[in-house]
Write a protein that binds this ligand. Structure first.
Ligand code: DHB
Ligand code: FE
Length: 284
């Protein structure tokens, strides 16, 4: 049977992608950000999954105000890096896993979660920046990401957004779906976005390091209680874009009920307008 072996959590700042693509990683400002992922890139090589289930948010790239799915699962065979206004990132296309994705859609929808099924979608920085951080730069044509990826998009851009509780319970349904797939696959689930940041209005630039670190502590040790936090607390304490953090609860809900092993933890301010947080948790 397929099994979720580990979860990865990371911010997805677009300027990180630009720093990688423009060869700026050695600059002192960026060096501090990327230093937090040296361990992770080696860990990915040592623990190469068969599939990554990647929870992310689209930033009005593939979707727009014309259509706003709360949860959307990618069942396609491949996805192209999106043009977000300055050309697509020079990274490889993302190969999907239609068989596992369709199985998860079947199981999770029958478990009463409404998923939108997506067979064509360009993927923006929300998905490609976490891949770059964890897997390093790859040649856009001759290179490839290390494994297939199932993109799972969550609406955290246009209100109303899903609650942390619903995200956490959805994670549990995803775990059940993966564990009922009849092939021995090593599956990682990634929760991306966050941490505290606000890109607009009078509070633009807001960072709350104390709150972020408490979120990391609680995500590790008491995710069930953390999942009860209402969305207004995210917005008030972590800024309007801090709400991206509810996606981390999907990945955490998909982990085993036993306490996980914390393989890696990193926190750094700033990267662009964002506090960068990163965790690797392994199932024990
Ligand atoms: C920034 C962060 C984001 O999460 C995003 O989607 C866009 C920009 C930033 O820090 O600049
Ligand atoms: Fe974002």
């Amino acid at each position: 049977m397929a099994k979720i072996t580990a979860s990865v959590y990371t911010s997805h700042v677009p300027a990180i992608g630009a720093a990688l693509d423009l060869g700026k990683t050695a600059e002192p400002y960026w060096q501090k950000v990327f230093s937090g992922y040296d361990f992770s890139k080696q860990w990915m090589k040592d623990n190469k999954p068969d599939v990554v289930f990647l929870v992310f948010n689209d930033h009005a790239t593939a979707f727009s105000l014309e259509m706003i799915p709360t949860f959307a699962i990618g069942t396609a065979a491949q996805y192209q890096p999106a043009d977000e206004g300055w050309g697509p990132r020079p990274v490889p296309q993302v190969m999907g896993h239609p068989a596992l994705a369709s199985h998860i859609a079947q199981s999770v929808i029958q478990d009463d979660f409404d998923l939108t099924i997506v067979n064509k979608m360009d993927v923006d920085h929300g998905l490609t920046v976490p891949l770059s951080l964890m897997c390093g730069q790859q040649d856009p044509v001759k290179g490839a990401w290390p494994c297939p990826v199932i993109p799972f998009a969550v609406n955290v851009v246009q209100y109303p957004v899903p609650s942390g509780r619903r995200c956490y319970n959805l994670g549990k349904a995803i775990r059940k779906a993966v564990e009922s797939y009849d092939e021995d696959l090593n599956v990682q689930i990634w929760g991306t976005g966050g941490m505290s940041h606000q890109l607009q209005g009078p509070r633009a630039g807001l960072i709350n390091a104390e709150w972020d670190n408490r979120f990391l502590d609680r995500l590790i040790a008491e995710p069930e209680a953390l999942a009860q936090m209402p969305h207004i607390d995210y917005v008030r304490e972590a800024g309007s874009e801090g709400i991206e953090l509810v996606m981390w609860l999907i990945a955490r809900g998909a982990m085993s009920d036993k306490p996980p092993t914390v393989r890696h933890r990193f926190y750094h301010v700033p990267a662009s307008n964002t506090a960068v947080g990163h965790l690797i948790l392994e199932n024990t």
